[in-house]
Design a protein around this ligand. Structure first.
Ligand code: ADP
Ligand code: ZN
Ligand code: ZN
Length: 725
């Protein structure tokens, strides 16, 4: 009796056994249709066995085994298994969520030709005397001219010329005027710049160890030419016919990077997998990767699950970016999975960033990763932006805007340059602060800052649950001028309009970035200089090149310095570096003006010096003292319920169902930073340990018990290595 064990998209951590008489080991990784309850569903065969722990009478038969596409490679199944174990999430859901939706329905997938066929002109074709071709064969003339004018042309472009063009193409092929391009992967665009010395060193170092696993941390300031390095290494892979996976943050950046890669590798099949694709586009790209025809796979978080038959290199650009971590359901880190994948395959992985995450930096200085640096800008004449602070304690600020900033904006408008006003909205939770000595209320139990709850008139620690009353004066200096700190900035656009009535101002928010058309329109407006001042949040900081940007103004970044989120300072620095990097790329020094009450804060000092490493070392020292990651490993159990007390009660209960054992610390349940979301109240429980292994052991045992608790009103999820609380 032949049994298949099938991964199904159901929230139970088990595989399902079915009878499948014809199944053999070569069906592992193949899609299968099986009955489940009263429905037919699609799953993936994970194992083929000759017996089952269920009696034969209880087993049902598989209905249909798909042979439409090749099986998922073992590497991908093993990645899913690792992911399921490490993040404590059902294997079936992991496997199925990585499949494009189009492959999750019961119709077999009919594949169209994968890569458009490509052709180029031969010497013979170049020498044909066009006078000998009949004048009436207009199409022949046009097609030949097209071939003579381009290096390669693909079938789609030929079809676009005219419906009859394919017939003419066949004729050309028979005459030997054109031929199919096969070895095109070697053709490179000839405009690649000469590498600068720094870049050449990086490329050589990595290239020397191209056939083995290493995690390379490429620390290069904005504009230092990291993309150029990626492309050189990709080119080396192409020579060997191998594929590269390039992961990028979930932002509208995708098309821009895609364009750069396509310009460099005009005839290389490149696929781009991001949230803007429809189901069949995604399935098509995914299959090209599986077949090995797509040589460059560009994509956001989810594409770390793309099947890649001949993976040679993995790149994670802006590795510190929060969007690599999924925040709901399967809370995986695409960066960490990318490293697993590279290690499994025995190929290098490059983590690129101007401001590496402290986790990665820590791994680099403790020699688990290899660090490489690019410390100057790549383009000729490009210099680093000058960063200045406007001390808002000393001067008047109206509606969030200082006079100095307004003057600077006016100057740029007069020079016909664009400006960007960046509003930092992180670290929103109000903390209690003394205005004269900058004392802030901290938790004595966990060194985090206490959050002000004005409604309940108390201070609360969002890590351990500790509560205290609001003091009436500063415990440090006795001053009574203590107040919650941190405020919103919705009115900046209006205030700017009032003070600069002639400026053309454009506010950009998350929605406008998401809608493809709207975003394209905005970019056009910026590039055609129909805007003088852009106003926006962190989404504006990333990746876009605005060639005419002369000034970046930053408003109220201070809240992040005194935030309850221990990662806030790290991400503030990263954001400010990025946003500063937008200013003045080639030929003009950009200007950055930051309004702050603490111009002497070490973070701002490091920023002014463009000194990431100094800051990183300082923040790491703080983390070590406070016992925060990367010096401990954490997991959160998140719970959601219609009311907070239900969620908290659930968490209090599940703390007691297991004995934590030594080395495991469980904190009291607390409301989440975002205490309410979509009508659900949210709370969580933090578990930490200084041993990743022991934390994992604990979570595995805990998960088994959690699964047995009936949770009708509660939704819960485990988040391993959480970044948001
Ligand atoms: P990063 O990704 O590090 O922010 P980019 O790769 O976008 O930097 O490079 C910044 C600019 O420098 C780009 O316009 C790029 O074309 C240019 N550039 C990169 N390398 C070189 C080089 N070796 N010579 C001249 N220009 C270069
Ligand atoms: Zn004080
Ligand atoms: Zn605490």
């Amino acid at each position: 009796m032949q049994i298949i064990r099938v991964a199904l998209d159901v929230p139970v951590n088990t595989l399902f056994d079915y009878i499948a008489p014809d199944a053999t080991a070569k069906h592992i990784g193949v899609r299968v249709q099986v009955p489940f309850g009263r429905k037919m569903v699609i799953g993936v065969i994970i194992e083929v066995a000759s017996d089952s722990s269920f009696s034969r009478g209880k087993l049902r038969s598989a209905k249909y085994i798909f042979e439409d596409i090749p099986p998922l490679p073992k590497a991908l199944l093993d990645l899913s298994k690792f992911c399921s174990e490490y993040y404590h999430y059902p294997l079936g859901e992991v496997v199925m969520s990585g499949l494009p939706t189009r492959l999750r329905d019961s119709k077999p997938f009919v594949e169209k030709p994968q890569v458009p066929f490509q052709y180029h002109i031969t010497n013979k074709g170049q020498l044909v005397d066009t006078a000998l071709i009949s004048k009436r064969s207009l199409l022949k003339h046009r097609l030949l001219a097209l071939f003579r004018g381009s290096r390669v042309i693909n079938l789609i472009e030929i079809k676009q010329l005219s419906a009859g063009a394919v017939k003419v193409l066949k004729e050309f092929l028979e005459l030997g005027w054109v031929e199919e391009s096969v070895s095109e992967l070697r053709i490179k665009n000839d405009v690649e710049p000469v590498l600068r010395k720094e870049q050449a060193i990086v490329v050589n170092d990595i290239a020397a160890e191209m056939n083995q696993f290493n995690t390379w941390l490429l620390h290069g300031i904005t504009g230092s030419g990291k993309t150029e390095i990626y492309m050189r290494l990709v080119a080396l892979q192409l020579l060997q016919g191998r594929q590269t996976l390039v992961l990028i943050p979930e932002i509208s950046l995708t098309p821009q990077l895609e364009k750069v890669f396509r310009a460099r590798f005009p005839v290389t099949p490149i696929i781009s997998l991001h949230s803007g694709l429809n189901a069949s586009e995604r399935a098509k790209g995914w299959l090209q990767a599986l077949h090995g025809t797509a040589k460059i796979i560009l994509g956001t978080r989810l594409s770390v699950f793309t099947p890649i038959s001949d993976l040679g290199l993995v790149i994670v650009d802006e590795e510190q970016d929060g969007s690599f971590k999924q925040q709901s359901g399967l809370c995986y880190s695409a960066r960490d999975l990318a490293i697993f994948r590279a290690k499994y395959t025995g190929v290098p992985v490059i983590l690129g960033s101007a401001t590496p995450s402290l986790e990665s930096y820590h791994n680099a200085i403790s020699h688990r990763y290899r660090m490489l640096h690019l410390s100057s800008r790549a383009a000729d004449n490009a210099s680093l932006p000058s960063i200045q602070y406007i001390d808002t304690r000393a001067i008047r600020v109206r509606e969030g805007l200082s006079d100095s900033l307004i003057t600077a904006l006016e100057k740029k408008i007069a020079l016909n340059q664009q400006s960007l006003i960046f509003i930092n909205r992180r670290g929103f939770a109000p903390v209690l602060m003394c205005k004269s000595c900058t004392w802030t209320a901290t938790c004595s139990r966990c060194a985090s800052r206490l959050v002000v709850h004005l409604k309940d008139k108390n201070l609360c620690c969002h890590y351990c649950g500790y509560k205290s009353h609001i003091p009436s004066s500063c415990p440090e200096c006795g001053d009574q001028d203590i107040a919650p700190f941190g405020h919103g900035t919705q009115r900046i656009e209006a205030a700017l309009k009032e003070r600069l009535p002639n400026a053309r101002i454009l506010r950009i928010d998350r929605d406008s970035m998401r809608r493809k058309e709207a975003w394209k329109k905005i970019l056009d407006e910026i590039h055609e200089h129909r805007v003088d001042i852009l106003v926006g949040t962190q989404i504006l900081a990333k990746g876009h090149n605005f060639p005419n940007l002369g000034l970046v103004g930053v408003l109220n970044p201070d809240a992040s310095l005194y935030s309850t989120d221990f990662r806030a300072a790290e991400s503030l620095f990263s954001q400010l570096m990025q946003v500063a990097g937008r200013a003045g790329r080639a030929n003009s020094t950009g200007e950055v003006l930051i309004q702050t009450k603490f111009p002497n804060h070490p973070l701002y000092q490091a920023l002014q010096q463009h000194d990431y490493e100094h800051l990183a070392k300082m923040l790491l020292a703080e983390r070590r003292v406070a016992n925060f990651p990367p010096y401990v490993y954490q997991a959160l159990l998140r719970a959601e319920a219609p009311d907070l007390s239900t969620a908290l009660d659930f968490l209090s209960h599940v703390m007691t169902i297991i004995c934590p054992g030594k080395n495991i610390e469980i904190f009291d349940p607390v409301p989440a930073q975002m205490a309410k979301l979509k009508g659900m109240e949210r709370a969580h429980l933090l578990v930490q340990s200084n041993s990743r292994k022991e934390l994992q052991k604990f979570l595995t045992a805990w998960r088994v018990k959690l699964d047995k608790i009936s949770t009708r009103k509660i939704r819960w999820a485990l988040d391993v290595d959480p970044v948001e609380f």
